[in-house]
Write a protein that binds this ligand. Structure first.
Ligand SMILES: [Zn+2]
Length: 342
């Protein structure tokens, strides 16, 4: 299977975030890339550099003012006397229907959901190339490959059309799905990350052409708290085209594979022409977030099960944080998937 990644994606190096109010080192570390590259290679992937695809495929799912913010906010932030080294918000609108702020501080609060996505001078380039890796993987599948893997970092599934959050800036899975729509009348996104794919859900919430399905730790006591509940089903023409399958904390392989069954039933009923897998590996039992208890062989079984759908598939990397098995978990998923897809 072809994999896509550009070295610019490693430059983004966030320093901190707040966890339960405490300042902690940001877990979305550049080192993740090395583990994931090794994991992809061990599964037999060849890693290629994506082309520069410009802003077109990204603007298809993000607003112009948000992309302008991401590109320019760091330089503007540096002009504020006494400002932090990285762009981190400290005030948010309680509703988004009001006027759009002109100031850098106001816009940071408007466009950033939390403190987990600090913006430095390198962030924009890294996020662009991460999205272009997703576009390249989508184009590879549209050219006839049964599957392709996008080593997206920074990740994307918490990014809404105009809001960053949870280590995410550009929603790579949404970009891939929208790119696939050039050829595919219907696209399904299956998000198996530990956390609910709230940004992806938000982008497609009113649309019946892209089905969004997410398995994740129950947000009743887990990030992203405000989204990911079973009663969120879509709105307007998109009603019925969003399926959330929250799992009790510490659920393991059997519960996760069991929850894939209703996910697959919904996907098969939708009869998509292509699939995007938002592949978080943080459901792992040894992941620092510790929300679920999927094992390394479990990821292999999840990969096998998804391959049984027999759909043209773009696999987009989402979460999965530094632990000894991070690369092995990717190898397990890709090997399981590839063994059934070939
Ligand atoms: Zn996650």
């Amino acid at each position: 299977m072809k994999a896509f990644y550009a070295d610019e994606q490693k430059r983004h190096d966030p320093k901190m975030f707040l966890s339960s109010g405490a300042q902690k080192p940001n877990p979305e570390q550049p080192e993740r890339v090395e583990r994931l590259k090794a994991g992809a290679r061990a599964a037999g992937c060849t890693i290629e550099r994506p082309r520069d695809h410009g802003l077109g495929p990204i603007s298809a799912v993000h607003t112009p003012e948000y992309l302008d913010f991401l590109e320019h906010i760091f330089v503007r932030w540096q002009r504020i006397e006494g400002a932090s080294e990285e762009v981190i918000p400290n005030i948010h609108p309680i509703a988004r229907g009001g006027s759009y702020p002109a100031s850098a501080v106001g816009q940071a609060g408007y466009h950033m959901a939390d403190t987990a996505c600090p913006i430095s001078g390198e962030t924009w380039e890294s996020a662009l190339w991460s999205a272009w890796s997703a576009v390249e993987a989508a184009e590879t599948v549209m050219s006839g490959a049964p599957a392709a893997y996008a080593l997206c970092r920074p990740p994307g599934h918490h990014a809404f059309a105009d809001v960053a959050g949870g280590f995410c800036f550009i929603n790579n899975s949404a970009v891939a799905a929208q790119a696939l729509r050039r050829q595919a009348a219907r696209v399904a996104i299956l998000d198996v990350d530990l956390h609910h794919g709230n940004g992806t859900q938000g982008i497609f919430y009113a649309r019946p052409d892209v089905l969004t399905v997410s398995l994740h730790a129950d947000p009743v006591r887990f990030y992203p708290f405000f989204w990911g509940h079973a009663d969120e089903r879509g709105v307007g023409p998109g009603l019925g085209y969003n399926l959330n399958l929250p799992l009790p904390r510490k659920s393991g392989d059997e519960a996760f594979l069991g929850a894939l069954e209703p996910a697959f039933r919904r996907i098969c009923a939708f009869a998509p022409d292509a699939l995007v897998v938002a592949l978080g590996l943080d459901a792992f039992e040894g992941d620092p977030f510790g929300g679920l208890s999927v094992t390394t062989p479990g990821f292999s079984r999840i990969g096998e099960a998804i391959a049984e759908l027999k759909l043209p598939t773009v696999i987009v990397q989402e979460g999965g944080y530094l632990c000894d098995a991070l690369g092995d978990n990717l190898t397990a998923f890709l090997t399981g998937f590839g063994g059934k897809a070939d």
